[in-house]
Design a protein around this ligand. Structure first.
Ligand code: 13P
Ligand code: SF4
Length: 303
């Protein structure tokens, strides 16, 4: 007999006192069975405050790792252990140590898209929704920002009085967007509004009407009275947008924007995850505590 994954997931979820969190880039059927869907910051808040014993994190590894850092007593599971973030893998602890040695008076701000080791070496974390607020609120003039050079450059442009030392990391999915694709859309539909994630390159950000995190882009589109939008971020966000506004028209630059890692999770994986209670995120306690400080500083300063 064929398994009804949706029903089984809902049954197991209750039986195992767990909560399912899903990022906006997840497949629509995963977003539909989740208890909470959101951007990185929103999901990290839920992971920190939820009451369930187990968190099933449908996203990529740094997100599940952040949940474990914030909620060490809970069991944190990721359905697909190979779902990583290539940008997070671009920064390493040795490189951060070297930068800190070269710039001893700088504060280290790391994007949540980073490993626990990198977080442990950082003063404070940020997400795309609070990076600017955090950088502004720091009293230090010098900031080492990693790993995303695009988000770093975007916030540095808005605080010219501070000196930014940027790591040379980037998102392979957002890097694919070309400014010509935005111009083409504007030429075809002069009334179109372009919303872009700050992980896009400068030439793309400069051509956008709105820049924000996934959650902020969804909210911008929902609040706008405009009819057409070009969305320059991973196409998973369209699911929520279409549910919110079925009459609006959505366009994606080029041939589409899909993060292969975010798309690795299927309903079958979530079912197996709950059934077998795997894959568990485990962290060395000393490392976790150091990484916790950076994440907890983000919740204090960037909330
Ligand atoms: P958000 O913080 O906007 O959810 O983005 C996470 C991410 O991985 C973007 O590529
Ligand atoms: Fe990482 Fe980019 Fe995928 Fe976000 S979209 S998880 S930054 S690879």
């Amino acid at each position: 007999m064929e398994i009804n994954f949706k029903n089984e997931i809902l049954r197991l979820k209750k039986e195992k006192n767990s909560i399912i969190l899903a990022h906006y880039y997840q497949r629509p059927d995963i977003q539909d069975i989740a208890d909470a869907v959101g951007d990185s910051y929103y999901l990290s808040k839920i992971a920190k405050d939820c009451e369930e014993n187990t968190i099933v994190f449908c996203g990529v590894k740094f997100m599940a790792e952040s949940a474990k850092i914030l909620s060490p007593k809970k069991t944190v599971l990721i359905p697909v252990i190979e779902a990583g973030c290539p940008m997070a893998d671009m920064a390493d602890a040795d490189g951060v140590r070297e930068l800190k040695r070269k710039h001893p008076s700088a504060k280290v701000v790391c994007y949540i898209n980073s490993s626990a080791e990198v977080k442990a070496m950082s003063d404070i974390c940020c997400t795309s929704s609070n990076a600017l607020k955090i950088a502004k609120n720091l009293k230090e003039e010098e900031i080492i920002f990693l790993p995303d050079r695009n988000l770093g450059q975007y916030i540095s442009e808005q605080i010219p009085e501070k000196k930014f030392i940027l790591w040379n990391g980037f998102c392979i999915t957002h890097k694919k967007v070309k400014p010509e694709e935005l111009t083409k859309a504007k030429n075809l539909h002069p009334d179109i509004l372009i919303a872009a994630h700050p992980e896009c390159e400068k030439s793309v950000r400069d051509a956008a009407d709105f820049i924000g995190s996934t959650g902020e882009i969804i909210s911008f589109v929902n609040k706008s009275s405009n009819k057409r939008f070009l969305i320059a971020t991973e196409e998973g966000v369209l699911h929520k947008m279409k549910l919110n506004d079925p009459d609006k028209e959505f366009y994606i630059p080029g041939g589409g924007m899909s993060c292969i890692n975010m798309k690795k999770t299927y309903l079958k994986d979530v079912y197996n995850c709950l059934l077998n209670m795997e894959y568990k995120i485990e962290l060395d306690e000393d490392l976790r505590q150091k990484a916790f400080n950076a994440l907890s500083n983000m919740h204090k300063l960037g909330g």
